[in-house]
Ligand binder design. Structure first.
Ligand code: FMN
Length: 188
């Protein structure tokens, strides 16, 4: 069994949740999912105090909020699947706050080294209306942190959820991405 932590960045249960459902279905039964809607968490923004960089032994943050619990789950997951709609050429503010707070895992023992991350995005525009930049952000961050980045699934031109629901092509591609993730986890 693989433990997959899904960090869901959309403020609503909409296009991204639907596409994520398909990706997770594609991953099959050997994966156990924990889906966390980050909008439901009280996570404060990074205060740039750099306290987290001062301890060489423990990673973590001086702010006592929902991140404290999430840190362990991020570090221990076999795969962290970040999901977000593209908002203004980036990810949602809510998910960016969680990503910024992961800075505290990069210090000390560098707890993210060897972690596996992947990305699911939906976008109202095409691949070059911001999804491309988000992919760059995650893949470069992963390279910087020694994280193994397993890739992304981008569903572009998503505006109407009721139409997306019946889009067999996107559904098939999303499931196939899920199967690729499962195969990568199996390979180790
Ligand atoms: C505030 C806001 C900003 C957006 N900015 C972009 C953007 O920069 N590029 C893009 O392709 N789509 C953009 N969109 C469209 C959403 O990414 C798209 O509709 C997405 O599928 C919504 O996903 P959700 O239903 O999971 O929230 C934006 C939507 C909103 C509400």
């Amino acid at each position: 069994m693989y433990n997959v932590l899904v960090l869901e960045g959309s403020p609503r249960v909409g296009n991204t949740a639907l596409v994520t459902d398909w990706v997770l279905t594609g991953m099959g039964r050997r994966a156990r999912f924990e889906r966390v809607r980050v909008c439901d968490l009280a996570v404060h923004e990074c205060q740039e105090c750099f306290t987290c960089t001062k301890s060489k032994k423990a990673a973590g943050c001086v702010q006592d909020d929902a991140m404290a619990d999430l840190y362990d789950r991020i570090v221990n997951a076999d795969l962290v699947l970040w999901t977000s709609p593209v908002f203004c050429w980036g990810i949602t503010g809510q998910l960016k706050v969680v990503l910024d707070r992961c800075f505290a895992l990069l210090t000390g023992e560098d707890l993210l080294k060897g972690s596996r991350w992947a990305l699911v995005l939906t976008a109202g525009g095409d691949h070059f209306d911001g999804a491309d930049l988000v992919v760059q952000m995650f893949s470069r961050l992963a390279r910087f942190a020694g994280i193994s980045y397993l890739g992304q699934f981008v569903a572009a031109n998503c505006l109407d959820r009721s139409r997306l629901r019946w889009d067999k092509a996107i559904q098939g591609q999303a499931r196939s991405f899920g199967r690729e993730l499962a195969a990568a986890l199996k390979k180790g």
